[in-house]
Design a protein around this ligand. Structure first.
Ligand SMILES: NC(=O)c1ccc[n+]([C@@H]2O[C@H](COP(=O)([O-])OP(=O)(O)OC[C@H]3O[C@@H](n4cnc5c(N)ncnc54)[C@H](OP(=O)(O)O)[C@@H]3O)[C@@H](O)[C@H]2O)c1
Length: 342
């Protein structure tokens, strides 16, 4: 059993800085020559931070980029168009903390007969204290995990993502997780989806737990979509390392004077931190494999808790049961119900 240790904000920040500057940790970007012309890429949380940098990179490489965002309409889309030099950038509205909004996004993509080749599940948050999603779940559990499960179920059922049939190119699903998942306690299935009213001190613990859900789900999804070892959908997860983004914007006022300068000075700029994401999205090799976990550009196994097959299967069942309480609207008609894994 791995030695799990709860991290406070101080040690999390110093670990992040140490990782960033450790030997071999510098991301080597996928060469700009690697094109993805015409591929449809959907990036969540693309209006700022890492997601915006990923959207710019994918658009520069020729992808048609759908920015699935809660805010930043339309200015973030205009900025990505300008900075990438591509007009093939569109925004889609979604609040991932509301399953009704997740279904509305799915309805729109289904209605438009959109087919997504590269899905980047990047949106994330680190609230200063516990907050409920629209359906009453913990906001980090809802945004980092539950919304992604709901999106993927719908995309597969609707044919928005179609597992490759050997002739076509393999679609990819990339989860932006975090190394903090290694410090999480095992998932509490006895109180699955339960809400805990934590404050600042335990925020990181719940962040780590939500990212353990993500890593465990990514491994289970990879197994289910590629049961015989042949890669029909490439599913990867990763930690981008310490990113100079707005993730700490909800930090309390007394921490900000210390935290913000450290983040700005010591954490990687989003354009640099995007390298492992674009590697997972674009490199030929990552399209032929599935279930890879990257920390920066280094491949390593995720925590044993995340690769535990019994935990993965249980997570699948429990989240399926949870989501069955929040079904898609009655008007929704699946155009390809056979694509969803059982
Ligand atoms: N920063 C780091 O050091 C670090 C390290 C490891 C992993 N990560 C992960 O990297 C990912 C990107 O984070 P970041 O660092 O770029 O942070 P960021 O600058 O705060 O960006 C987070 C993005 O997620 C979106 N988001 C949050 N809640 C949402 C919701 N309910 N519905 C739709 N979108 C929502 C935000 O949208 P709004 O603008 O509307 O809030 C924003 O676009 C996250 O998954 C994070 O956990 C970050």
């Amino acid at each position: 059993m791995e030695n799990r240790r709860y991290e406070g904000i101080g040690s999390a920040v110093s670990n992040a800085i140490a990782n960033r500057f450790s030997r071999g940790g510098a991301p080597v970007p996928a060469p700009a020559s690697r094109r993805i012309d015409g591929k449809v890429c959907l990036v969540t949380g693309a209006n700022r931070g890492l997601g915006k940098a990923v959207a710019i990179d994918l658009a520069r490489r020729g992808g048609r980029v759908l920015m699935a965002c809660r805010s930043g309409h339309p200015e973030a889309g205009e900025e990505v168009r300008r900075r990438s030099g591509s007009d093939a950038v569109e925004m889609r509205k979604v609040d991932l903390a509301d399953l009704a909004s997740v279904h509305a996004l799915c309805d729109r993509l289904d209605h438009d007969r959109t087919r997504v080749d590269i899905l980047v599940l990047n949106a994330g948050l680190m609230p200063a204290r516990a907050r409920r999603s629209a359906q009453g779940y913990d906001a980090m559990f809802a945004v980092h995990f539950l919304a992604n499960r709901a999106l993927i179920d719908r995309f597969l059922a609707d044919g928005v993502i179609r597992p490759s049939d050997r002739r076509g190119e393999t679609p990819r699903i990339v989860f932006v997780a975090s190394e903090t998942h290694r410090s999480a306690e095992p998932i509490d299935f006895d109180d699955f989806g339960g809400f805990a009213d934590y404050g600042l001190r335990d925020g990181l613990k719940h962040y780590a737990s939500s990212k353990l859900h993500v890593c465990t789900y990514a491994q289970e999804l990879s197994r289910r979509l590629n049961p015989d070892g042949e890669v029909r959908v490439a599913v990867h997860s990763l930690c981008p390392g310490a990113v100079s983004s707005d993730l700490a914007r909800e930090a309390p006022w007394f921490l900000k004077p210390l935290l913000i300068p450290v983040i700005r000075l010591c954490f990687a700029a989003p354009a640099k931190a995007a390298a492992p994401v674009t590697h997972a999205c674009c490199s030929e090799e990552m399209g032929r494999r599935s279930g890879v976990y990257l920390h920066l550009m280094r491949e390593k196994p995720p925590a044993p808790l995340a690769t535990d097959e019994a935990a993965g299967a249980r997570l699948w069942r429990e989240s399926e049961a949870l989501l069955s309480r929040h079904p898609p609207p009655a008007s929704h008609e699946s155009r390809n119900a056979s694509g969803a894994p059982e």
